[in-house]
Design a protein. Structure first.
Length: 82
């Protein structure tokens, strides 16, 4: 999310709920090949791979290839959130 865009996410959610809104937080584990951190994630092995070792990729949603981060590689989640 990033503190620059959401300096107080907990407070924001409380304010929205106080107004009667229901909040759904959805984290998309995809990363674009043109992302500034793609190369780093690929080199560190943080992207999901197929059984044959190739990267799992998807092009049916947003423009360009999307790669999924591997939930089994805990350092990957820290790289994406820092």
């Amino acid at each position: 999310m990033g503190s620059a865009n959401f300096p107080d996410p907990e407070g924001m959610i409380k304010r929205l709920k106080a107004k009667g809104l229901k909040v759904c937080v959805w984290i998309n584990p995809y990363i674009g090949q043109r992302s500034p951190v793609f190369k780093e994630l690929k080199e560190k092995g943080y992207l999901l791979k197929r059984p044959d070792g190739s990267l799992w990729q998807w092009d049916k949603w947003q423009p360009g290839w999307r790669f999924m981060t591997s939930p089994t590689r805990k350092p990957a989640s820290g790289t994406l959130t820092n």
